[in-house]
Design a protein around this ligand. Structure first.
Ligand code: ADP
Ligand code: MG
Length: 290
């Protein structure tokens, strides 16, 4: 049988938009001393806008967008939506794509007009020896932007910088966690400069950047091995293994189905401050019972 205090808390939490899927994990939430947040879509809004298109070879800005938007129309990543939207705004018609495939945590690849096309992360370029130092690219990276690259037939063709917004509620969430003696970390597949910028803006205790999807759960495990009770907060397919690994997996409600199914707690309102509400509620509930 479910103890009365617990069932009362469950309905109180539901009223606050906090859905508890796993009662044991909810109980562990009272002991959490580290909260790890995913960046995109969790601490930030996850709505990307293309702010700069930087040609790095023969293709002009419009052609770069036509290639990139063509591939991105086959991806559901928030970056992809930003690129497709930019092409639409400018009235550019994306090229037709013959084949396309997502490269998890790195980008997309496909064939356009018989050419091998990639839209990928800075990490992918470095791994494949395609990275070139460029002053304009460094400048947008320094501005804390997400930067992706177009590669056509193995040659670097251009860069696109995208800006996302930090959720205004994230700042208060981190502050309140600190007041409770809980550390706040961030985990992201995005570049280290954006991660550093967001971490400084929010006063985070630390961050892990350029983390590939399969490495996210390993980072959570490392923190657990250091003796921490870890809550992970995320929204994406990539976050699902980390949500499962964490002592308490928390999904943001607007997240993907996979994230929601992997979570112990769901925050219906997409407000990172509800992580604190959930911890308070767990503390109040299980304190009453002992
Ligand atoms: P996050 O941790 O922010 O959810 P992901 O693991 O989804 O990040 O992606 C990591 C990085 O891989 C992105 O910052 C981007 O550089 C690249 N990437 C992923 N998907 C795409 C895409 N559809 N188009 C371009 N780049 C992508
Ligand atoms: Mg995300």
């Amino acid at each position: 049988a479910v103890p009365l205090v617990v069932s009362v808390s469950t309905s109180i939490s539901a009223e606050k938009g906090i859905l508890i899927r796993n009662r044991e994990a909810f109980e562990r939430a009272k002991d959490v001393d580290v909260v790890v947040f995913d960046k995109t879509g969790t601490l930030t809004e996850g709505k990307f806008e293309v702010t700069d298109v930087i040609p790095l070879d023969e293709l002009g800005e419009e052609e770069i967008l036509k290639y990139a938007a063509a591939l991105e129309s086959h991806s559901s990543h928030p970056i992809a939506q930003g690129v497709v939207e930019k092409a639409r705004e400018l009235g550019l018609k994306p090229y037709d794509v013959d084949e396309s495939k997502v490269i998890p945590g790195k980008g997309v690849q496909g064939v356009i007009n018989g050419r091998e096309v990639l839209v990928v992360s800075p990490g992918f370029l470095k791994e494949n020896g395609l990275w070139k130092e460029d002053e304009r690219v460094n400048r947008v990276l320094e501005q804390g932007k997400t930067v992706i690259f177009l590669v056509v037939d193995g040659k670097l063709a251009g860069a696109m910088a995208l800006a996302d917004r930090i959720r205004p509620e994230s700042r208060e969430a981190v502050k309140r966690l600190h007041e409770m003696g809980i550390r706040a970390y961030m985990l992201t597949g995005d570049n280290a400069k954006v991660a550093k910028w967001v971490a400084e803006e929010l006063g985070l205790d630390g961050f892990f950047a350029e983390v590939l999807p399969h490495q996210k759960s390993e980072k959570v495990k490392e923190l657990q091995e250091q003796g921490y009770t870890v809550a992970m907060v995320g929204d994406g397919i990539n976050d699902a293994p980390a949500l499962i690994q964490a002592d308490v997996g928390i999904a943001i409600g607007a997240g993907t189905d996979v994230a929601i199914e992997s979570a112990d707690i769901i925050l219906v309102k997409n407000d990172p401050r509800d992580v604190i509400t959930a911890i308070h509620l767990a503390r109040a509930t299980y304190r009453k019972m002992v």
